[in-house]
Each structure stands twice: as C-alpha cells, then as structure tokens.
Write a protein that binds this ligand. Sequence first.
Ligand SMILES: Cc1cc2nc3c(=O)[nH]c(=O)nc-3n(C[C@H](O)[C@H](O)[C@H](O)COP(=O)(O)OP(=O)(O)OC[C@H]3O[C@@H](n4cnc5c(N)ncnc54)[C@H](O)[C@@H]3O)c2cc1C
Length: 337
Amino acid sequence: MIRARVIGAGVAGLCAAWALARAGVEVELVETAAAVGAGCSRYAGGMIAPWCELENAEPLVACLGGEALDFWSRELAVATIAGSLVVAPARETAELTDFARRTKNFCRLDADGIAALEPDLAGRFPRALYFPAEAHLDPRQALSALDARLASLPNVARRFGVNADALPPAPDWTIDCRGFSARGALPGLRGVKGEMLLLRSDDIRLSRPVRLLHPRRPAYIVPRGDGLFMIGATMIENEERARVTARSIVELVNSAFTLHPAFGEAEIVETGSDVRPAFVDNLPRLTLRGRTLFINGLYRHGFLLAPALAARAARIVCDGVDFPELTNAHSGERAFA
Ligand SMILES: Cc1cc2nc3c(=O)[nH]c(=O)nc-3n(C[C@H](O)[C@H](O)[C@H](O)COP(=O)(O)OP(=O)(O)OC[C@H]3O[C@@H](n4cnc5c(N)ncnc54)[C@H](O)[C@@H]3O)c2cc1C
C-alpha cells in the first residue's frame, strides 16, 4: 500500500487526504494547529462560483471549478446550489455589461426577476445577472465535515498540534499543502491579503451569494443562515496576515449598506484576515520534486479548486499521470483548451 503524509489541514490538505484515501493510499494528515481550518481557509466566503470567477480568472479555473460543484454539493453534501446573483447600482450598469461580457452560464434579470429571487432586494437594482448552477457553503462547516469523514476512514491517521518540520521524512510520498507557509520552498509564491466581515441581521433574508459590482468597492455577501452574512473581501498586494484595517472595514460595511440599508443596523460578529497563497499568474500549481508534491497557489479559489487539484494529485501519486496544465511552471505553457 502506498503511504503519503499530507501536511496542512486547510482546504487543500483535507481534499488531498480525502482523494488519496479514497484511492487506497494510507494517509497521515499532519497539522500544526489543534483543529482544521486554522489557516486561510477559515476566512473564505465559500462561493463555488466557477462562471462568475471568469470575470478575472482563466478558463482553467472555471473548468476545474466545475468539479467542485459536484464534490461539495453531492459527494460531501455541504453546499447549497441556489445560484449567484450579480447586481450593480443603477448608475453603474456599465459594470454589469462588462461582467456579462467576461462570464457565461447566466441569465439576465430585470427588477421583477430580482424581486422574485430575492424579495428583500425588491426595487433596489434595475438589472442583475443570475448564475443558476453555482453554489455556496460555510467553509468552517465544510472543513469540519470533511475532517469527520476522514476520521471515519480506516486508512487515515490525523495528527493535530504537530509541526511537520519536526518529523522525520515521510516513508513514501509527502503532499505539501501548507498554503502561504510554504513560500520558502516555492519560489514565486506570494500572499494577497483578504479581509472579511461577519454581520448578523434579522432584518434581511438572502438565499444566495450576491455580488455587488462597483468601480471602487466591489464586494460580495454570502448568507450563512441564522441571520449571519459574510461580507468579503479585500484584495491587497501585501503579506500582512492578521491585521484588519479600519479603512477595509468601512469599505466592506459601505458595500453591505449599498446592497441593503438594513445592514447599517447589523451587529459586527467577527472581522478576519489572512493572505491568499498565489503565484504570479494567479493560477494553481502542482509542483513535483522527487516524491514531494506541493499543492499550492489556490489564490481566491481554494474551495473552488481544491477538489479538482486533489483528484489530480491522487492520480499523480497512484498512477504517475502528468497534468501539464497544472505542473508546468511557466504560465505561457499552461494553455488550456
Ligand atoms: C477573505 C478571504 C475570502 C476568500 N473567499 C474565497 C471563496 O469565496 N471561495 C474560495 O474558493 N476561496 C476563497 N478564498 C481563498 C481560500 O481561502 C484560499 O485559496 C485557501 O484557503 C487556501 O487553502 P490552503 O489549504 O492552500 O491553505 P490554508 O488554508 O492556509 O491551510 C494551510 C494549513 O497548513 C498548516 N501548516 C502550515 N505549516 C505547517 C507545518 N509545518 N506543519 C503542519 N501544518 C502546517 C496551517 O496551519 C494551515 O492549517 C478566500 C480567502 C480569503 C482570505
């Protein structure tokens, strides 16, 4: 039986451990923190939105991201497929036109269509784009559910509170999923800071993520149930992990307020920040060095891409298959049909 040590219990490591274990590999999952989701994955919005992401991402992201819909909604059954709604204030309709030009798999809604989908947004926006096949999840719930499933598998040992750097080399394979902590080993890996806000309001009901297009403060709002809403996220080119600035909070609150004034009265439940691990082209990469495979560069697409990357990592370990669109270092070589 092949043995693999997976380092890191963020979304990349948990998905990798799952895919390897399901392929019959004996897995040791090692995590420095006392539980899952201590890293960047904790702060994600949890939008599984492959077609919306085409606004700024390469077709590769949408293609791999399509696999995440099935994984999170059917295999793990933690995601809700209720679509995504994209709106813009009346004076910013050019933003909506531009978004439509770059993306696909949506339908256009007028004010009545918006009201039918999200009654609390009635009369607030003249037009919207609706991506019906997209999904959302609560990242912390999803990570815990995946961890519980791993705990039930006989060929998986989970070790929390253990720093992998202090361990002797792994017997067969090492799957390095340390996220931004792997930057010393992966030249070109950088951090893109993201801040988020968790609000509670009993005055607003939303059934799906809503993206607000705005030239200065684009944002998204993801309903988490029980009156909780995640507002995200800033995108700042620095590697400061934990500091949340007053300016960012003002901008996120303003965006929420633009979506619906009732957010002005919402309770601030949590603020959070971490850095998204990203390569220069913002595409993920599988880096193979001997029998160490790094899964990294998930950028703003951790939950969207981890299932597909994990499935391919398992094929590399078990069958020696190559995936040039993910393993070639130079983005110019990573064309994807
Ligand atoms: C505000 C914000 C919003 C986001 N929204 C979304 C979204 O809506 N959808 C989406 O798909 N993505 C989103 N992302 C991106 C997503 O969160 C990241 O792409 C993803 O979390 C990266 O996962 P990872 O497993 O590579 O890293 P991490 O989650 O950081 O996991 C790495 C793990 O490795 C552990 N570790 C490090 N070193 C060691 C060691 N030596 N030994 C043992 N363990 C170690 C760490 O403790 C950590 O638990 C968002 C990110 C942010 C910050």
